[in-house]
Structures are given as structure tokens and as C-alpha cells.
Design a protein around this ligand. Structure first.
Ligand code: UDP
Length: 378
């Protein structure tokens, strides 16, 4: 009997590959017409630019197992992600760093001066921030919070930042020097031929069969184990309610030349309806110079309805109770392992997704081998 894997994103692909290399065959069932999940990338016909169809994905990690792993399947080109923000008609450096502080307050502070300046504004009475808003007020103070975080976060999450978990903001660094790299990680790069090419290569193994446009509910084959990377609430027919997600709408425009000079421009202002604009050709600087045209994509966030693609798990307090109910059922579900962003309802970066999938596969291989040994000795 084969193993069944629902979903051909990073989680499903990595598990299938690890099992295949251990001699275990699997069937990967993917609902969409392509693999790679929301990392899917495709060349835009009109401009020739490689586009991340479900929004920008930048590979960054400190985990050398994950880094070595992805490098087995694709050529990665070093790429350091930088983001700017347009606020009130001016452009600022991000993530908030010494340049941002000096630009915003019209000063020329040194690192020590800036650190003292922000400390004087920060709400140091908040000892352990309980929400996104408290985290921001504690570390950057009210002015920078209002300018760079409040509006963006309200648009992105559709919720008052006072109700959102502090963990969301902890993704972003605050620096008192001129380092404007968006991520701190040691390894930062882009797969030369896109994420879909990478995932296709991971899945390319004689012991893996991939079926796209395939709903697993319609597959009658019996499996020795199922790895489920779809939404955990959907698996249980929403018996405890629907876990809330944000979905995204994208609005593309094509132009000549270079439209905004950088891959991502954030727009935190509340009166601008979108959150950011991505100019995908800047994700591939090695080919951008040869492309006379460009495609820019405005990103709008809104509540996810049953008909939409889920992107970001919101994880408000009410949902955490619902999630606990689903987790209890998942743990009791025989022969099924729930994995990945949708399977565990977590805001996971690609490297963490891969790391977890590798761990899940390690444990599963051990279990399946033990079961084989028991069956052989019986
Ligand atoms: N954020 C913000 N202003 C910005 C950029 C980010 O307030 O200019 C907040 C926002 O709540 C966002 C979170 O920080 O959801 C994490 O940002 P990141 O850039 O990591 O989001 P992603 O690229 O994963 O959507």
C-alpha cells in the first residue's frame, strides 16, 4: 500500500521526497492545476517576468539542513531583500532602522542617540507586550507605530492591532544602524527558475505519483498513512466552525522600464486601499536588465470566504479555542498526520515549513519501518 499525501506545496513535496528516498511510495493529491502551493511562480507571457502568483516569496533561513536541502533541487541565486515604505507622500527605509528614524524625525542621530531617543518615547511600562499594538508601543513608540504599523496592520489583518498577537510584529527587526536588509538570516536567495521548478524537482522521483486537479475526497485508493496539508477545519467538515484566514486580491499592471526601483514598496497609509506593490522583476536582478517591460502587482487583503484561497491564519483568541478542539481531533485521528501552514493553522515561513516537513518525514519513516518489521515477524 502507498502513502497518501494531500497537497503539493512545500510540506507535501518534502514529505513525499523523503519517503521516496527511504523506499516508500506515495500518491500526492493536489487540488489546483499546479504544484508549489502559494509559492507558485510562473513567467508572465506579456513581459517575460517571473511572477510569484500568490504574492512575494523570498527564501531566507539560518537552518543549514534546510538550506542544503533546497540546494539539492535548484540553483539558488543570492538575493538580499529590501523594502521601502511610502508614508504621507514620502519614501522611507524599512524595516525601521537608523535611517528611518532620522528620515521620519528629520534628525541626524547616531546609533546611541537614536536608541535613547526611541527609549524615551517607548512605553517601557509595558513589561510583557500582550498584543501587536503593545509590542509596537513598547519597542518603537507611538509616532513610528502610527506611521508604519497601524494602518498597514489594520489593512492586512482587518483587525484592531490591539487584538492581534504580538508574534506578528516580532517578525520584523528594529535596528539602530543603517542595515536595511529585511531579514537577518544568513542564507537569502531566490531559486533561479522559480519556486514551481524547485518543487517539481523535489517531486520528481519514480516512487512519487503526483495528480493535479485531484480532490483527495474523490480518491478511493486506501493508504497505509495519510499526510494532510490542507486546512485542518476542512478535514473535519468545519464541525467546530471555520478558522479565520485573510485572503489576498491582486491587481496587475504592465509598464515599460523600471516602475518603482525595488521589489516591494509598502503602503502603510490608511487611505490607500492596498498594502504593498510588488515589482517582480526586481526579485531576479540577474535578468531584470534584459527585460524592457515590467509587471507591478497591487496587493489587497480581505476576509477569506469559503470560495477564496486561504493565505494568512489570523489566530485570534476565539480561534485558538476552536483550533485546540481541531488539534484534539487531529491527534485522535488514526492514520493521519496534519502538517504545514493550513494543516496546523500557523503563519509559517518557507524554511520553517520545510524544517517541520523534514522532521515529520523522519518520524514517519521510523514508524513505517517499525510497522513493517512487526508485520514481517508476525
Ligand atoms: N507590518 C507593518 N508595516 C509594514 C510591514 C509589516 O505593520 O510596513 C506588519 C504587518 O502586521 C504584517 C507584519 O508586520 O502583517 C509582518 O510583516 P511581513 O513583511 O513579515 O509580512 P508578509 O511578507 O509575511 O506578509
Amino acid at each position: 500500500m502507498r502513502v497518501g499525501i494531500v497537497g503539493a506545496g512545500f510540506s507535501g513535496a518534502v514529505i513525499a521526497r523523503q519517503l521516496a528516498e527511504a523506499g516508500i511510495a506515495s500518491l500526492v493529491m493536489e487540488e489546483r492545476g499546479h504544484v508549489a502551493g502559494n509559492c507558485h511562480s510562473e513567467r508572465d507571457r506579456a513581459t517575460g517576468v517571473m511572477v510569484h502568483l500568490y504574492g512575494p516569496h523570498i527564501f531566507h533561513t539560518d537552518n543549514s539542513r534546510v538550506w542544503d536541502y533546497v540546494n539539492r533541487f535548484a540553483e539558488f541565486v543570492p538575493y538580499v531583500h529590501r523594502v521601502k515604505a511610502t508614508v504621507g507622500g514620502r519614501v522611507y527605509s524599512l524595516p525601521v532602522n537608523l535611517h528611518t528614524i532620522n528620515q521620519f524625525f528629520g534628525l541626524a542621530l547616531s546609533p546611541n542617540e537614536a536608541s535613547a531617543f526611541i527609549a524615551a518615547r517607548a512605553r517601557t511600562d509595558i513589561e510583557v507586550p500582550q498584543s501587536f499594538e503593545e509590542q509596537a508601543l513598547r519597542f518603537v513608540g507611538p509616532e513610528l507605530y502610527e506611521a508604519f504599523f497601524r494602518g498597514y496592520t489594520e489593512k492586512q489583518w482587518g483587525t484592531d492591532p490591539a487584538c492581534l498577537p504580538a508574534a506578528i510584529l516580532k517578525r520584523l527587526p528594529l535596528r539602530f544602524n543603517y542595515d536595511d536588509r529585511y531579514f537577518n538570516h544568513r542564507f537569502q536567495a531566490m531559486p533561479r527558475h522559480g519556486y514551481t521548478g524547485l518543487v517539481e524537482t523535489i517531486l520528481s522521483h519514480p516512487l512519487i505519483e503526483v495528480r493535479t486537479r485531484c480532490r483527495h475526497e474523490e480518491v478511493t485508493e486506501r493508504f497505509r498513512h495519510l499526510f494532510y496539508t490542507g486546512p485542518i477545519d476542512r478535514y473535519f467538515h468545519h464541525a467546530h466552525g471555520r478558522l479565520a484566514y485573510r485572503t489576498l486580491d491582486f491587481e496587475a499592471e504592465r509598464h515599460r522600464g523600471d516602475w518603482q526601483g525595488i521589489a516591494v514598496m509598502n503602503h502603510p497609509d490608511r487611505d490607500v486601499p492596498f498594502t504593498r506593490i510588488t515589482e517582480h522583476k526586481h526579485f531576479a536582478p540577474w535578468e531584470a536588465a534584459d527585460l524592457p517591460e515590467t509587471i507591478i502587482v497591487r496587493e489587497y487583503s480581505r476576509a477569506c470566504t469559503p470560495a477564496d484561497i486561504p493565505y494568512y491564519p489570523i489566530r485570534l483568541t476565539g480561534e485558538m479555542k476552536m483550533l485546540t478542539d481541531y488539534e484534539a481531533r487531529a491527534a485522535a485521528e488514526p492514520g493521519v498526520t496534519f502538517v504545514g501552514r493550513l494543516g496546523t493553522y500557523q503563519y509559517l515561513d518557507m524554511d520553517v515549513t520545510i524544517e517541520r516537513a523534514l522532521d515529520v518525514a523522519d518520524a514517519a519513516i521510523k514508524r513505517l519501518r517499525q510497522a513493517e518489521a512487526v508485520a514481517a515477524s508476525a
